[in-house]
Design a protein around this ligand. Sequence first.
Ligand code: SF4
Length: 357
Amino acid sequence: MTRKVKIGKVTIGGGSPIAVQSMTNTKTADVKATVEQIKRLEDTGCGIIRCGIPDMESAIALEAIKRKISIPLVADIHYDYKLAIQALRSGADKIRINPGNIGSEEKVIAVIREAKKHKAAIRIGVNSGSLKQNPAFKLSSTSGNKKADLMVASLMEYIEFFEKEKFFRLVLSLKASDVPTTIDAYKLIAKYRDYPLHIGVTEAGTEFGGIIKSSIGLGILLYEGIGDTMRVSLSAAPEKEVYAAYRILSALNIRSRGVNIISCPTCARTEIDVIKLAHKVEEMTMNVEKPLKIAVMGCSVNGPGEAKEADIGVAGGRGIGLIFKKGVIIKKVPKKDLMKAFSCELDKMLGKSSTKK
Ligand code: SF4
């Protein structure tokens, strides 16, 4: 069990719901584009948003961004402590730093002082690519994975520095780009401190490969009760990261939001383009908040029965399309009208016109 830390109005740790994060990929100094992207992410269920701060203009822009959004804002800082100080003055609820690249101890202390003044949190993020070779902290227990051990020892050295400065509003992360090292590092740090953990696999890759890596890495950690906030890093639109995070959480029955699509693998009995239909259903239900199971099945013989647990589903029939609820066929329509009829039924279930048509 970790301790609770407040990030703006969101509490992470201590049994709070696992907060899903993402990161903007607009230029942060472009307030309009950044706010628009954050609003879209809020709609998909993103609970905390992080913006990269490459320059002073971006750090200053956070103030205007913060005024227009309703989720906590995190500033991602590298190298320049002055950017961290300005981001905190602009209202960042949390900053993410790697103390190893911020510079002298005095500079880190100046950042800590400013964070205390604004009651902001600090995430100490250690990445496998930027490690101390000889950390002063000596581990009493190890993971058996040298790289993971080095990451934890480096992080512990930083944590002790922050604790010496009486700063405890900390969140920790230890991201490696390979899955076993990420898992080993998080499991080990969880034995040493109870600060909330931000979990993720860094530079996970493209949408397909990245989701696989993140599902395994984050899935194993979450299943073992490790992780208080998560980001699925993908070389894809940030909305996809949020979507993937919820799919991971709901596959583990940890947190359900939105639609769980069940679709059949197709076979010789298939009477409808399941692949196209499943993608269409996925796209039109992306912003649905209510946890719903939706089935897309290829035939009327086995489809509705095999997907009995689905709240609603569509299936192909001879020349027609079917809509069913809990395994019972409720409508038969010409194939060309299937999506329209499905969307109407879905809206009825949601009690509103919330699907993207
Ligand atoms: S639901 Fe029908 S089409 Fe899909 S895999 Fe099963 S038998 Fe084949």
